[in-house]
Design a binder for this molecule. Structure first.
Ligand code: GLV
Ligand code: MN
Ligand code: MN
Length: 414
């Protein structure tokens, strides 16, 4: 006889604590970057918990990790729930971990209750969602949904590590997880995540039902000048790429966002070569992260970045080379799956609002191959990609309840 599946809030919160210890930073966050030793430890812990419960564990060629619970109809593709376990270098405890561990809690709740679903339900921890160590991000879901990954073999990480070697080491560190091909038909996908912005907390809403994700574009700018002596080189003879880079960044930051409240532009990484205190740099490289809900605006902003960088480089007798390293158009989620999430929230008497995600997520790529949606819960002060990221325990558990209800409805359609 089956019981009504129930989320065990204490079990979920205990798991969040246990995973936060893997790669814990002194300031209370996590550093568990993709394919690192810490990332491997987190994957191992999740796989061990899954095997203890009798679930089957798989991984694919990009190190996506899957935990499967069978359904009653073996002809149906699985319904996927999950998120990611990798983090930013100074990341929070909840970005990715909340969705992954809540998805595992859902699987355990179904198992505890001996509940049947028509479709198999699989928990997935997508590989390298963050893209901070190895750009681009959302590698796992891109590969899973058919992206051409041939060029990824030669990617070198921000720390100089080779992606191919770190990926291989990550996969071989988990021999218990059988390898299966990357990509397969799925019935649908739902991801629980923290909002990473302030609106739910401000409006005192426990749930956001995500209807779309805005687009992201990443640029790599390199400004080339001439290295020279700091003490002897007269202003007239300088070709200083640092001056050009700073002028370009300042111009972009004082125009793009102030003139368009929907636009986002971030320079998160900058490096001078050779990086010597008493040498004019030979080159300065920086990244530009652009976001906008309207696809055509990404083109407009990219054109502006190119024009400003070229002009400021020229003003210093330098040259600018700009490469687009990541282009992720926004996407709308399936109205049916969004309805299912809303129905789940309503059935739990929870207030919610529909919203667009400012952050990118693996769900964006899954939405291309199956009905997908996302559930957001509030986080304190909207803070994320920050070690101080915090979610009220009760809010985390509410999110898991909505995920469970959604999964039960979606995996056993009437
Ligand atoms: C995800 O980590 C993002 O940068 O939006
Ligand atoms: Mn995330
Ligand atoms: Mn993130």
């Amino acid at each position: 006889m089956s019981l009504t599946p129930r989320i065990d809030g204490d079990r979920l919160l205990g798991r969040l604590d246990a995973f936060a210890r893997i790669g814990a930073t002194p300031a209370g966050g996590v550093n568990r970057q993709a394919f690192s030793v810490e990332d491997r430890r987190a994957r191992r812990l999740l796989a061990e918990l899954a095997l203890e419960r009798g679930f089957t564990v798989f991984q694919d060629g990009i190190a996506n990790l899957f935990i499967r619970r069978e359904g009653t109809d073996a002809t149906l593709p699985p319904f996927l729930i999950g998120s990611h376990l990798d983090s930013q270098p100074t990341g929070g405890r909840f970005d990715g971990a909340l969705g992954t561990l809540s998805a595992f809690e859902v699987l355990e709740a179904l198992e505890d209750a001996r509940a049947e679903t028509r479709m198999p339900v699989e928990v997935v921890a997508w590989a390298n969602e963050e893209g901070s160590r190895f750009a681009p991000g959302v590698m796992g879901s891109m590969a899973f949904t058919g992206a051409d990954t041939a060029a990824w073999k030669s990617i070198v990480g921000a720390d100089g590590a080779l992606l191919a070697a770190e990926l291989e080491a990550t996969i071989t560190a988990l021999p218990e997880a059988a390898l299966r091909p990357t990509g397969m038909p799925i019935s649908g996908y739902v991801e629980l995540h923290i909002e990473q912005g302030p609106s739910l907390e401000k409006e005192q809403l426990p749930i956001g039902v995500v209807t779309a994700v805005q687009g992201t574009r990443w640029l790599e700018v390199s400004i080339q000048g001439t290295s020279g002596h700091a003490g002897t080189t007269d202003l007239a003879y300088r070709r200083d790429p640092m001056v050009a880079a700073i002028a370009a960044i300042h111009r972009l930051q004082t125009t793009i966002m102030p003139l368009d409240s929907s636009a986002r532009l971030t320079v998160g990484r900058i490096a001078a070569r050779p990086g010597s205190i008493n040498a004019i740099p030979q080159s300065v490289a920086f990244t530009v992260d652009i976001r906008h809900p309207r696809a055509e605006q990404l083109n407009v902003i990219e054109a502006e970045v190119r024009q400003v960088c070229a002009a400021e480089a020229e003003a210093q007798h330098c040259t600018a080379v700009i490469k687009r390293s990541f282009d992720m158009p926004g996407a709308a989620f399936s109205p049916d799956m969004v309805n299912t999430v809303e129905e789940a929230a309503r059935s739990l008497q929870l207030q919610y609002k529909q919203m667009i995600s400012g952050a990118f997520h693996d769900a964006l790529f899954l939405a291309r191959v199956a009905p997908a949606a996302m559930i957001f819960v509030p986080c304190r002060d909207g803070l994320s990609h920050n070690e101080a990221e915090y979610v009220e325990p009760g809010d985390a558990v509410i999110g898991a309840h909505v995920l469970l209800r959604t999964a039960i409805m979606a995996a056993s359609p009437r």
